[in-house]
Design a protein around this ligand. Sequence first.
Ligand code: ADP
Length: 172
Amino acid sequence: MHTEGKIGICVYPGTFDPITNGHIDIIKRARYLFSKVKILVARDADKNTLFSFTERVRIVKTAISSIEGVECEGFDGLLIDYLKRTGITIVVRGLRAVSDFDYEFQFTLMNRKLYPPVEFVFVMPGEEYFFLSSSLVKEIAFLGGEVGEFVPKIVEEEIKKKLRIYEAHNKS
Ligand code: ADP
């Protein structure tokens, strides 16, 4: 696809539990616009995640290692505090079917109220990713389905590892 971004740096925050090909599609499209895309993995202690914070950061780093101009780091607390600290003001989010709109609308307006310099950019994925979500991937995997076509290789491997741990745990 496209290779060169032209307008500075943006962040792409999310839970990434786990990162899917839909996220990767957004990252590549964001990279078309921006010279650097920083993926921010939220600790989100409140959410019941399949992968720990450390695992999610490590998996994203592996999944994006061949994409030039893209970095990943973990963050804790409010997104706007991270933005204030780093001076970055542009946030990219992915927009799928109508279901994302309500939440993203609230999230954007609230962040803007808290920190007016922030600007959100919404990127639509390719249509094959419109109905893909991390939760669907987890559901399919736990019901014994193959998820290889929806996620990077590293995620497929890590999900299989988790399943083996769960199976061993349930047997004992
Ligand atoms: P969050 O918990 O913040 O929603 P996610 O990791 O689920 O974190 O998603 C991060 C961002 O990526 C959100 O903007 C979400 O709408 C977007 N996203 C997730 N899956 C897809 C997809 N298949 N296509 C496009 N955008 C997506």
